[in-house]
Design a protein around this ligand. Structure first.
Ligand SMILES: NC(=O)c1ccc[n+]([C@@H]2O[C@H](COP(=O)([O-])OP(=O)(O)OC[C@H]3O[C@@H](n4cnc5c(N)ncnc54)[C@H](OP(=O)(O)O)[C@@H]3O)[C@@H](O)[C@H]2O)c1
Length: 178
């Protein structure tokens, strides 16, 4: 077991998408926030580092997200940004060595925020330890999948499942060691 785990935590439609094809996530963000907000407060207290794909980072900025440096934020991209972004470190190094360094460093767990492109890259590099998937009771028909499609066979251990009053089901999986 690594010193720190890299954990995907994301919301999906019941048909497995994290966003519409154009990146729209209104179907997710416009839902009323229930008391306790699916235990996200507890989860965010358990992490001190976030990893985002470049597209999710850009989308987050348009939604008003602030990256203030209190939580270490890494953005995966094959390009450096035109100008430095305060509180954010852009990364393009091979995932296996990056993840090995992060997991070995002292600290809390690491939130792999997505999207589907960077989750797939990390998963296929053996750099995801757990997934927490909150399945929202809605079908959106088409969109960006939670994990970019590619032939793979990765076994999962169901660690827990929770049902919330608004119909959201939260599935917590560990990756089965091959
Ligand atoms: N529902 C949810 O909980 C949730 C969570 C997260 C995101 N989202 C949504 O998902 C959408 C974005 O998802 P996405 O799958 O299109 O994109 P993404 O995973 O956020 O970003 C993809 C980008 O990450 C970089 N990247 C990925 N693998 C890499 C690697 N191995 N090395 C270097 N860079 C790498 C590349 O950036 P470059 O092109 O710059 O090289 C790639 O284009 C947004 O609409 C966002 O709002 C929803």
């Amino acid at each position: 077991m690594p010193n720190r785990k890299i954990i995907v935590n994301a919301g999906t439609s019941a048909d497995g998408f994290i966003a519409r094809p154009d990146g729209d996530i209104d179907w997710l963000t416009s839902r009323p926030k229930p008391a306790g907000f699916y235990d996200m407060g507890k989860f965010t207290a358990s992490i001190d580092t976030k990893i985002l794909g470049r597209k999710t980072f850009e989308k987050s900025l348009t939604l008003g997200a602030k990256f203030d440096g209190k939580t270490k934020t890494y953005v995966y991209s094959t390009h450096l940004p035109a100008s430095a972004v305060s509180g954010v470190e852009f990364v393009s190094q091979p995932i296996a060595s990056f993840a090995q360094r992060l997991r070995a460093a002292p600290g809390r767990d690491i939130w792999m925020m997505g999207g589907g492109g960077v989750i797939a890259s990390f998963l296929d590099a053996g750099a995801i330890d757990e997934l927490i998937i909150s399945v929202v009771p809605v079908l959106i028909g088409d969109g960006i999948p939670l994990i970019a499609p590619r032939h793979r066979h990765i076994g999962l251990d169901l660690l827990s499942s929770r049902q919330f009053e608004d119909g959201v089901v939260q599935l917590h999986y560990g990756i089965t060691t091959p």
